[in-house]
Write a protein that binds this ligand. Structure first.
Ligand code: KG4
Ligand code: ZN
Length: 336
């Protein structure tokens, strides 16, 4: 089975051909980061325009690199939710037109399900059920992966996502967009115990997250120091922030896995590239007797292979769409 996956939910135009669910034949990612950097974040209008310009070339290259033609495909998978609406619409419209003209099944894929699927691409033997922590620029979720296509969200952020917290603190510290990776790099030379930062507790659901208080605390700390002309060691602050976020994500995930009786824990999403998060969750899993899975670093950010992989499982489960498929900016995984 050969599936083409198309991703355009944020600032990456990506396409990939995946064989038999888990074998990546090609993966092309065209990133717009350099352009959005100038504005300190993604400008939705610009993102849509660049997707429009890039998508045909990216898809063509994915097919060429895999040495296949459209006729060889068994289906065309596309991210339809959640994300920037104008950005999603480009991928959805393109995939619809391609699927209809080639007479191939059109397969709708939820972006977060795609991130989770990066673990199938990394670990050929991983099978549901397991618990997955998905942390990205737009989401921080603890998800029960009940089967390849059924999910239950048991914890979510009430405000900012973990990646958003990394990026906004990084911006206040003077790092370029997206700042997560700069915090990661600076952390390598910093003392994680230098700053004591808050670890908010959320009332109601013990597995939910809240990162906005932590973000505000870091921004206030920088402003106060600036006003008093006190020099802050950015490496120390980065290391303390990374340690705090890693500890919060790890603590909630381990408690959720223990409470729900899972044996396997996986990590996914853009923030899964973070050295501190990877190390903290991996160590906690080892200590508490969980099997641990995380994607290879090159699959952590948005890519087409994760959409093609999840699209393959969706097709096997009979999940396809017709010409009425639309892009959806916000959609819970439980509603797919
Ligand atoms: O999954 P993703 O590529 O896009 C969304 O679906 O949101 O995630 C992007 C997020 C950004 O916030 C980015 O700063 C963060 O992932 N990120 C990192 C690292 N690499 C990417 N955060 C911390 N450390 C990293 N090494
Ligand atoms: Zn993503």
């Amino acid at each position: 089975m050969l599936i083409l996956g198309i991703e355009s939910s944020c600032d990456e135009t990506a396409a990939s051909v995946v064989k038999d669910c888990r074998e990546i034949c090609s993966s092309v990612v065209s990133t717009q980061i350099e352009e959005h950097k100038k504005y300190g974040g993604v400008v939705p209008e610009i993102a849509s325009r660049r997707h429009c310009e890039n998508i045909l070339g990216v898809v063509k290259k994915a097919l060429d690199d895999a040495n296949v033609t459209i006729a060889d495909l068994d289906g065309i998978a596309v991210t339809y939710a959640p994300g920037l609406i104008g950005a999603l619409l480009v991928g959805v419209s393109f995939a619809k037109a391609l699927a209809m003209s080639a007479g191939k099944p059109l397969i709708p894929v939820h972006h977060i399900a795609g991130h989770i699927a990066t673990n199938y691409l990394t670990f050929p033997d991983l099978e549901p059920p397991y618990l997955c922590l998905v942390a990205s620029g737009g989401h921080s979720h603890i998800i029960e992966v009940l089967s390849y296509t059924k999910f239950r969200v048991v914890g979510r952020t009430r405000d900012d996502a973990a990646g958003e917290c990394f990026d906004k603190c990084a911006r206040a510290m003077g790092f370029p967009y997206p700042g997560g990776v700069h915090i990661d790099n600076a952390s390598a030379n910093g003392d994680p115990a230098a700053f004591k930062l808050p670890r908010p507790i959320v009332a109601g659901n013990e597995f939910d997250f809240s990162f906005s208080g932590l973000k505000t605390n870091v921004i206030n700390l920088l402003h106060n120091a600036d006003q008093k002309n006190i020099e802050i060691n950015r490496n120390d602050l980065a290391a303390s922030l990374q340690k705090t976020i890693s500890d919060i994500l790890t603590d909630h995930t381990i408690r959720a896995a223990q409470s729900l009786g899972y044996k396997k824990i996986a990590l996914a999403g853009g923030v899964s590239a973070n050295t501190g998060v990877r190390a903290a969750l991996s160590a906690a899993c080892k200590k508490n007797g969980f099997e641990f899975y995380m994607p290879e670093k090159k699959l952590c950010g948005d890519n087409g292979a994760m959409i093609a992989c999840q699209g393959s499982y969706n097709l096997l489960a009979g999940i396809t769409a017709d010409e009425s498929l639309n892009a959806v900016a916000t959609l819970s995984m439980e509603d797919i």
